[in-house]
Design a protein around this ligand. Structure first.
Ligand SMILES: [Zn+2]
Length: 187
């Protein structure tokens, strides 16, 4: 895309992908693997490799991006995109590649709801299928066009969570593979 909106979205995707990778690496030392009980509960829907790679970290609040420079905020406003859509402090969970952050809201013993763990694991499978850069390119482009609930990775995660909660069994990896052309392998 050569128009200014496309250029800004491309720029935003690139900085967001860097931010995701940096958050993953920063939070990894505080994270834990899935418990055997969590793995068993999710095994019908996910490849063993996805469940083996996934990590969980509990934080009081989900971290918000630090990449929204005043210039970028001004550009987004000029394009009628509300920059506050990137505020993550109110979210229950956020996933950086294979690292899942769950907000505790200050509770000492937060309960990790199966539906929330499932939703975030769908994102882990999507990152595995697409790679961080393609995931963010699809995510940000969809965000610009259709908002948080309409961007394809979220729309898919919400739709699959509804099917999960109905007790339907399917392969999340197979669904995630339909999101885009897939991981770009290095030369
Ligand atoms: Zn989500």
């Amino acid at each position: 895309m050569t128009n200014i909106f496309g250029q800004i979205l491309d720029h935003l995707s690139a900085v967001a992908a860097n931010w995701v990778a940096a958050q993953r690496d920063r939070l990894r030392p505080q994270s834990r693997a899935l418990t055997d009980a969590e793995k068993m509960a999710m095994a019908p829907w996910f490849a063993a490799e996805t469940l083996r790679k996934a990590r969980v970290v509990l934080k009081e609040r989900c971290p918000s991006p630090d990449f929204l420079s005043p210039e970028l905020v001004a550009q987004l406003r000029a394009l009628n995109v509300d920059p506050t859509i990137f505020r993550m402090e109110t979210m229950a969970g956020i996933t950086f590649d294979e690292l899942i952050v769950i907000a505790t809201w200050g509770r000492a013993m937060p309960r990790l709801r199966p539906g929330l763990l499932f939703h975030e694991l769908v994102h882990v499978a999507q990152y595995r299928a697409l790679g961080v850069e393609r995931f963010m390119a699809i995510y940000i482009r969809g965000f610009g066009e259709a908002g948080y609930r309409g961007t394809p990775p979220e729309a898919q995660a919400y739709a699959l969570t509804v099917r999960f909660e109905r007790g339907e069994v399917f392969s999340v990896e197979e669904e995630a593979g339909r999101l885009g052309p897939g991981r770009v392998e290095g030369p």
